[in-house]
Design a protein around this ligand. Structure first.
Ligand SMILES: *Cc1c(COP(=O)(O)O)cnc(C)c1O
Length: 395
């Protein structure tokens, strides 16, 4: 052998190298023992790895963990596909399951990127979306009855930024009655708070970038589904061919985050409830939106659907409108001004001057995004520090 060949493949001795923590399989491909095994893997007869865009052991392990969380205690099994982001999870699901001519039925207050994806990209590809208020069940039923092209009901609950909830059980039952799938974005809740499979949905998507990872250091997403065949032939196939696969490093960061998910969610919920109770009594505050408050219009539905707790997201309206919102944001010191959510740090956003700046005022108001509305992703810090920062900022 020549010295320049020594840089080639090398592996550790496999005795006493079993890792305690999931390793990052930073490899684009996998070695076949012999040609017959390679053929079987490519024919899908033998389960195994060939190429990391198809499947990677680090990514698969994290996907299986999240599928187990979404089905825990329900006596069912799910298949999951991790993707490069929450948006790519949603796109991969829709591309894998729908075809040109099919329609989606959804709500107006979805995550902004999802609305744009549905209107822009999916619309261009011949998959139209009908938007309606999914809390209005008779209208939903009338739309289904009048349009047999609707093949997917896509919902989000609680939804940004007023934390409005929709009835998952009623909507999935209705979708099934009219031969459509029901999919949900469970990013705000995580399976610790809400398990949508218990209420009959077919698919769950997450931006794992948010609470599931929790530390704001990775971007990834996941599709979880109950029908193994559709997950394999639709969703996994779309992921593999469009190349929306998750990087093993991003999956590994998510894996680390998942280890503290239960502890974090408990604290997020406690802090958010305390902050909501506090803000509701504050003289500068007009209104607080938090599903854990009995003044929230969807409180009893949230109680039924979210047995694990009401989550870490809340929003509130300042009496002083737009100017008060801007002034409050400028005085924030302890919390972080950032357009993401679900981190261990408290993140604060004034939608009218940031995420919804480009949205016409009328459309913005229709979805409850008033001039003085402030959204908070309540972190896991000591609640006294979060309260103190807001009190000094609202002066
Ligand atoms: C952030 C987010 C997404 C998009 O996820 P990315 O990881 O940023 O692509 C989708 N849905 C909800 C509810 C989100 O909060």
């Amino acid at each position: 052998m020549k010295i320049d060949s020594l840089t080639a493949r090398e592996m550790p001795d496999n005795r006493t190298t079993a890792p305690h923590i999931l390793p990052i399989y930073a490899t684009s491909s996998f070695v076949f023992e012999d040609i017959d095994q390679g053929i079987d893997i490519f024919k899908n007869i033998e389960s195994g790895h060939a190429y990391s865009r198809y499947a990677n052991p680090t990514v698969d392990t994290v996907a299986a963990k999240i599928a187990a969380l979404e089905t825990f205690g329900l006596g069912i099994e799910a298949t999951a596909v991790m993707t490069s982001s929450g948006m790519s999870a949603i796109a991969t699901l829709l591309m894998g399951v729908l075809k040109s001519g099919d329609k989606v039925l959804s709500q107006g207050n979805l995550y902004g990127g999802t609305t744009e994806l549905l209107k822009g990209i999916l619309g261009q590809m011949g998959v139209e979306t009908v938007f309606t208020d999914l809390r209005d069940l008779p209208t939903v039923e009338a739309i289904f009855r009048g349009d047999s092209a609707i093949k997917m009901l896509y919902c989000e609950t609680p939804a940004n930024p007023t934390l409005a909830c929709v009835d998952i059980a009623a909507l999935s039952a209705m979708a099934h009655q009219y031969g459509a799938y029901c999919a949900i974005d469970n990013t705000f809740c995580t399976p610790l708070l809400q398990q949508p499979f218990a209420f009959g949905v077919d698919f769950i998507v997450h931006s794992t970038t948010k609470f599931l990872n929790g530390h704001g250091n990775s971007t990834a997403g996941i599709v979880v589904g109950l029908d193994h065949k559709i997950m394999r032939e639709g969703v996994w196939r779309a992921m593999k061919l469009v190349g929306t696969n998750c990087s093993p490093f991003e999956a590994w960061l998510t894996y680390n985050g998942l280890k503290t998910l239960a502890l974090r969610m408990e604290r997020h919920c406690q802090n958010a409830q305390q902050l909501a109770d506090f803000l509701e009594k504050h003289p500068a505050v007009e209104k607080v939106n938090y599903p854990g408050l009995d003044t929230h219009p969807d409180h009893s539905l949230a109680k039924r659907q979210m047995p694990g707790g009401f989550g870490g997201m809340l929003s509130f309206e300042l009496k002083g409108g737009y100017d008060a919102g801007i002034a409050c944001m400028n005085r924030i010191q302890f919390c972080t001004l950032a357009p993401t959510l679900g981190d261990v740090d408290t993140l604060i956003l004034h939608p009218a001057s940031s995420s919804h700046l480009a949205v016409p005022k009328e459309a913005r108001l229709q979805n409850g995004i008033t001039d003085g509305l402030i959204r908070i992703s309540v972190g896991i810090e000591n609640i006294a520090d979060i309260k103190a920062d807001l009190v000094q900022a609202m002066l």
